[in-house]
Every structure is written in structure tokens, then in C-alpha cells.
Design a protein around this ligand. Sequence first.
Ligand code: GLN
Length: 318
Amino acid sequence: MCASAASSESDAILQCIQAVRADLALLVGQGSLADYIPELAKVDPSKFGIAVATVDGRVLSAGDADEPFSVQSISKVFALTLALGKVGDALWKRVGREPSGTAFNSIVQLEHERGLPRNPFINAGAIVVTDVLLAGHQPKEAIGEMVRFVRSLADDETIAIDPSVAESEKAHGFRNAALASFMKSWGNLVHPVELTLGVYFHSCALAMSCAQLARAGLFLANGGRSPLTGLNVVSRARARRINALMLTCGHYDGSGDFAFRVGLPGKSGVGGGILAIVPGVAAIAVWSPGLDVHGNSLVGTRALELITQRMGWSIFGP
Ligand code: GLN
């Protein structure tokens, strides 16, 4: 693309996200905070940020796009990418690839399916993925590897874990402890439950801004290669498959509705963030802490719906 075409595309994106932010101003604050993690209940519900990182290396943003927030389950995308790099397709012996149709922390299905989680984006699946990341490491090393990976993806050394969020989640993580213990009983967890959970909670407690998240996710929009650093993060085929899982499983039992309304691979977190991928074009991150009944950002989803409509960015057609 010539320089002037690229800059007019950037202008169009910037105008779009500024307009979406203005259009949703009255909705901001709706939804409920993830108060089962007390530290997340302290977040200002009126925060609202949008960032778009394009495959030609530009980052456009609106609102609170530079303020770090708790990425929570969005980290499951980065954990999955790392785990696939370590064990490749062997991962699929321990985790499925089907949408769950149940809540992100549901235990019912896990009992039916004998400790084999439906997919890597529900909590049980991500706990198994974390167990893979622990192999050969002390928990601190595995956490360090995760932080270094995300920093390298975003090309930003300032990204860090919020220890108070990790502590808060550990102190109230009874449901996750149940899921992990149940899987351990089926032999689908190699390491001690407390160690795997410790790494899982710290990964969820990564604090990143919308701009950092959009940059970190850009390799998925660009065939596995980061246009920011030139790093080949994953193969084209793997990038496609991670995107496929984000589309089908990234919003738990709200995944079908997200595909219907937004039409992009996406991954939500109970911190109110969503990372969405426009293959070949851009990565988008939004943040608004109020959640819907499935634990997905209410205003964030609406923002993505408007952005994809206005930019013609759905993977299902313009
Ligand atoms: N850390 C959260 C939990 O384990 C992640 C859930 C989420 O973001 N959906 O409950």
C-alpha cells in the first residue's frame, strides 16, 4: 500500500473508533464487575478504551487505551501459543477443541468428559495448558517465561503482572481449585494443583493496556509473524487455528452470539477486555469493565460490533 493510502486508512480507523466511543458514552458503566475476584471489583466501571494495531505497524487509539488493566482470560491466547510451541499437537490429547456451551468455570461438563476440558479457553482447559508450561520449570520461571513472551510480542518491556490481583484470585480461587483437583484425579494434571494454579493466577493477573494488547495480538492478524518485531511467532497454519479457536470458544457460552454480532475471532477476560483479530488487517483491543451474564465485556462487545459493521471487517463478509 502506498503511504497516502495507508494514512487515509489510518484516518478512517481513527475516526471510526472515536465515533464509536462517543456513540457508546451513555452505555459506559453498564454491566457488572467481576467481584468474585475482589481486586477487580475496585476498578472504575467508567473506563473505556479502544486500540487498533494494523498489520502495517500503526496503532490507533481512543479513550483509556493506554491504561493497563487485568487481562485475565485474554492471557489464555498467549499461554496456548506458548504451549503449542512446546508440545505441538500433543496438547490435543489433554484438551479438546470444541465450544463448551457452558460457563467459563463450569465443572459439570468436566465430570461428564472425565477430566478432559472442552477447549483451551475455558478455565479448566487453560489450567491444563498452564500445566504444560510448567514442565521442567519452577513456577517462577514459568511465570517469567510468560511475561517475557508477552513483552516480546508487544515489543514493550514495561508489561508486568499485578501481584495484588494474583493474590486476590488465589485467596478466592476455590472454583479453579476444584476444577484443577478434579482434573488431577483423572491424571490430566502433571504438577501439584497449587503450583499449576499459582502460575495460572499470575498469567491471568497480567496487566496490559488496549494498545499493548492489540500490539501483542498482531501476529495472529498477520499469518503468525509480528510486523512490529519481524518475529515469526507461529506458522501460518497455527495462527489460523488459534484464530479458529478464538472464534468458536473465545467467549465461552457467549461465543455464538459474539460470532453473530461481531464476526471476528475474539478472546474476552473478566477484567472487561476483549482482543479481536481481523485476519490480514488488524488486531483490536477494547476495555470496558462491566460484564454481561457470560462474563464478557458488555460495552466492549457493542463497540466491536459497531467497529466491524462500520469498517466492513467481519470474517463472514464485508
Ligand atoms: N482468572 C479468571 C478465573 O480464573 C479468568 C476468568 C475469565 O477471565 N473469564 O476465573
